[in-house]
Design a protein around this ligand. Structure first.
Ligand SMILES: *Cc1c(COP(=O)(O)O)cnc(C)c1O
Length: 356
């Protein structure tokens, strides 16, 4: 039986988008594939408010994160982790043998713009690696303020993991002055997992040309050439091209402001519910609109709760990594609607014998 996903990715995929995955393959150098590729790029440029290059990657989000690390610096990265996904940037840098320093932030807290400014003033860095929405702790970092700080430093590029915010937060790539913005399609974009997208500035390509050992699969110079031809670098998942094309059309029909408002309304509802019964993990003022990370103050057996929820055809997220069982996470991400959230919260109340 299908269990409706209230986990922070992958998320529910609309039936018509799932069906689009079954479109018969086309040759990836065919005109048909190029037309779909062109349409997806146009839709992503509209979605992200950019006229610049868009990369389409048959990989999960982590692949493009590795691409950023392999192509994004000729000097030294600054990573500012405030949770497990921020730490992934560091792990990738170390695995790829790149120079990196960390400015760690206590889990459950957001990155502070002043602290970032102080770090960058050292002049040691030419790129910052940031997680916009930290899915492990439920923090939404203040991107406009952080991006403004990075813009004070001319040759410092800002690369943003927006994996669990793109498609929920209306992100304006050019107004924010970002250099790279990436996401997998399986979270707030609500397409099937296995594909990732990224907006970059032309100066990222210029820098990449000067970086040695960029690898092959995620070489941004090759990705840029593919973008110019509106084709895949290598054989793309054509199933994803068809599904993503349709899903992006649906997202733009809903409009990003409406989509962001819908996510915010769901987040407010879940936070209010959680404050009455438990407590929130992330600090006030920086809570995610796509998922709520809840302190398990009643020591509920989360696995047992999920077994009961499974009988009702739904599943929620346990805490991530070291936060497992200490916290649990309810995602309100992608195609989920407020009435579905109400139904879920009612079931949790019923199972835990809490007030309705
Ligand atoms: C899910 C997630 C990732 C990892 O994405 P994959 O598509 O599994 O590679 C990275 N960053 C954030 C913020 C995420 O939520």
């Amino acid at each position: 039986m299908h269990r409706k996903l209230f986990i922070p990715g992958p998320t529910e995929v609309r039936p018509d988008v799932r069906a689009a995955m079954a479109t018969p393959p086309v040759g990836h150098r065919s005109e048909e594939a190029t037309v779909v590729g062109e349409r997806i790029i146009g839709r992503l440029q509209t979605l992200l408010h950019t006229r610049g290059p868009i990369f389409l990657s048959t990989s999960s989000s982590t692949g493009l994160m590795e691409g950023v690390v392999l192509n994004g610096s000729t000097k030294r990265f600054l990573s500012v982790p405030c949770g497990a996904f921020g730490e992934r940037w560091l792990d990738i840098c170390r695995a790829c043998g790149r120079e990196v320093d960390a400015m760690p932030v206590e889990w459950g807290h957001a990155v502070r713009p002043e602290a970032l400014r102080e770090k960058l003033a050292s002049n040691r860095y030419d790129a910052v690696l940031l997680t916009h929405n930290e899915t492990s702790t439920g923090i939404l970092n203040p991107l406009p303020e952080l991006a403004a700080v990075v813009r004070e430093f001319d040759d410092v590029f800002l690369f943003v993991d927006a994996v669990s915010s793109m498609g929920a937060v209306d992100l304006d790539f050019e107004a924010l002055g970002l250099d790279g913005l990436l996401a997998g399609v399986q979270k707030a974009l609500a397409a099937p997992p296995g594909f990732a997208v990224m907006a970059v500035t032309p100066r990222v390509i210029d820098r990449a040309r000067r970086v040695e050992n960029r690898g092959f699969y995620f070489d941004f110079v090759r990705h840029f050439a593919a973008y110019e031809k509106r084709q895949g670098v290598t054989t793309p998942s054509t199933s994803h091209l068809f599904a993503l094309d349709l899903q992006l059309e649906r997202i733009l029909e809903e409009t990003m402001p409406a989509r962001e408002a819908r996510h915010r309304a769901m987040a407010e509802r879940v936070r209010a519910w959680a404050r009455e019964r438990f407590a929130l993990y992330p600090e006030e003022g920086h809570q995610s609109i796509t998922l709520t990370c809840i302190r398990n103050t009643r020591e509920v057996d989360i696995a047992a709760l999920n077994r009961e929820l499974a009988k009702r055809g739904v599943v929620i997220g346990n805490g991530y990594g070291k936060l497992k069982n200490q916290t649990f996470r309810i995602a309100h991400m992608g195609e989920i609607r407020l009435d579905e959230i109400e139904e879920l919260l009612g079931w949790i109340d019923e199972i835990l014998g809490m007030k309705q």
